[in-house]
Design a protein around this ligand. Structure first.
Ligand code: KIV
Ligand code: ZN
Length: 509
């Protein structure tokens, strides 16, 4: 039997740090359900002290996970952080506190202003303090990729001696080459006493496009846990993509002496779910989960694949849940069929929550003959967005066409239930709608991106619009909206981004 490599998912923490990728608790629970279903070993559910929203998400995911997986909360090596994380994790059956500090010369000197001795002392205190709340404590040595190796060995030894059950070696800045990172892991495996009794975790970033290669080299040199995110979301260029490391281990398990417990058939579904919730599209040529990952366009390749699939395809699409048949629902599908399909897609509803979803489904099914999984996800996401909305769309009407000046008449409903109507002209219909929204909502922001895509195939497909806006303080917010009418989708997407901006401002005030 090969070694089990634990998969630690940090989509809900580091992944959420991608500009614009913030998720509310409801959305995080949907992702967490999918992570549990795909059998990840650890879910890093948030950074509890960072906001009430993160605290709540960690607590709710702790409750949801039960015995299925470890639920982890991030902290700095600061007492109050650790206390708050322990409080949030009180709901979890298998709680883990993830604490640590920077260990590279640049972090010690410029960020923390600590000597090496002081850093070791703080690390030991943080691990011991966290151990006073939970048994399972993971210590991270931030920026280990640029740390002096003898100091890295020293601080990891101190963390192990203090009782850390997991030591996390991050290449925080994505700086290492694979063999350098592998050598760091080997130095720890060979020089830290007692390391054989703890899990050696790696957490790599993709600044040089090598996050997956670093993780594989680390596994070859003794790492036993990989920290990763769905679709490689994460700070800057992102984290190691879960779909890549899990499939690389599956394809090269013998050579790496490794396997994971992840159900790879869930990878495509998880990717679509995270993309549709965060609004961050997956590039078509993305490994494993991109739309082109199993598309063969040149004649020579098509000929080869038709003769024998493995001439140009190393992975069977079915192994990652791609292709295959999709269940199609229609207006004739009843409550039970719809509910069953949603459950298969990882959604759980109470009866009260399900009713409006069913009604929204019927509205879509009335207009479209066939309702696909993508439509079902859009319906729920649209409802979740409506639930958290500060401003909601009541009505929008457009007059445009040659040679008219595009004009939008729009009514929004505020939190207090009041309706406000405005009229605006624009260079095009969407511009006119957005100007009317601005008149009502009155928050300043710049629209930096607008894209529209069909959720599924066919002329009657739902149109999903994604917008990216930048608020006055430079924060980026992504908004999404879907509807059969793309003017309505456009309006909803813009409102969704503005609602997030306003909610964030309130939370930070
Ligand atoms: O990249 C990093 O070093 C991190 C730590 C907080 C684990 O995200
Ligand atoms: Zn990170």
């Amino acid at each position: 039997m090969t070694r089990k490599i634990a998969i630690f998912d940090t989509t809900l923490r580091d992944g959420e740090q991608s500009p614009g990728a913030s998720m509310n608790t409801e959305e995080k629970l949907v992702v967490a359900r999918e992570l549990i279903r795909m059998k990840v070993d650890v879910i890093e559910a948030g950074f509890p002290i960072s906001s009430p929203g993160d605290f709540k998400s960690v607590a709710e995911i702790g409750r949801l996970a039960g015995d299925d997986c470890v639920v982890c909360g991030l902290t700095r090596a600061v007492d109050r952080d650790i206390e708050v994380a322990a409080e949030a994790l009180a709901t979890a059956k298998r709680p883990r506190i993830h604490t640590g500090l920077g260990v590279s010369p640049s972090h010690l000197r410029d960020k923390l202003r600590l000597t090496e001795d002081q850093a070791v002392e703080r690390a030991v205190h943080a691990v011991r303090y966290a151990k006073s709340f939970v048994d399972d404590v993971e210590f991270y040595a931030e920026d280990a990729g640029r740390a002096d190796i003898p100091f890295l060995v020293r601080i990891i030894q101190a963390a192990v001696d203090a009782g850390a059950t997991v030591v996390n070696i991050p290449d925080t800045t994505g700086y290492n080459l694979p063999w350098d990172f592998g050598a760091r892991i080997r130095s720890l495996v060979e020089n830290v006493r007692g390391i054989e009794d703890v899990t050696v975790s790696v957490h790599t970033h993709n600044d040089l496009g090598m996050a997956t290669a670093l993780a594989m080299e680390a596994v070859r040199n003794g790492a036993s846990q990989i920290e990763c995110t769905i679709n490689g979301l994460g700070e800057r260029a992102g984290n190691t993509a879960m779909e890549e490391v899990v499939m690389a281990i599956r394809m090269h398990g013998e050579e790496l002496d490794a396997h994971t417990g992840v159900d790879t058939r869930e990878l495509t579904r998880a990717s679509r779910l995270v993309s549709s919730i965060t609004g961050i599209n997956v590039q078509p040529n993305k490994a494993i989960v991109g739309a082109n990952a199993f598309a063969h366009s040149s004649g020579i390749h098509q000929d080869g694949v038709l003769k024998a699939r493995d001439t140009y395809e190393i992975i069977d699409p079915a192994d990652v849940g791609a292709g295959g048949s999709q269940i199609i629902l229609s207006a004739r599908s009843g409550h039970a069929a719809l509910r069953h399909r949603y459950e298969e897609l990882g959604y759980a509803f109470t009866d009260a929550e399900f009713e409006p979803v069913y009604e929204a489904f019927l509205e879509v099914a009335d207009k479209k003959k066939e309702v696909y999984d993508g439509d079902l996800e859009s319906i729920v996401n649209e409802r979740n967005r409506a639930d958290e909305a500060i401003w909601t769309l009541d009505a929008v009407q457009i007059s445009c066409g040659f040679p008219l000046t595009p004009t939008a008449t729009l009514t929004l409903i505020g939190e207090d239930g009041n309706r406000i109507t405005e009229v605006a002209y624009g260079t095009g219909p969407v511009d006119a709608v957005y100007k009317a929204v601005d008149k009502v909502v009155g928050v300043g922001c710049d629209l930096s991106e607008f894209s529209v895509k069909a959720v599924t195939r066919g002329i009657d497909a739902l149109g999903e619009v994604t917008v990216r806006v930048t608020g006055g303080d430079g924060e980026v917010y992504i908004g999404r909206g879907s509807d059969g009418d793309i003017i309505v989708s456009s309006c909803r997407a813009y409102l969704n981004a503005l609602n997030r901006l306003i909610a964030d401002k309130r939370e930070r005030a």
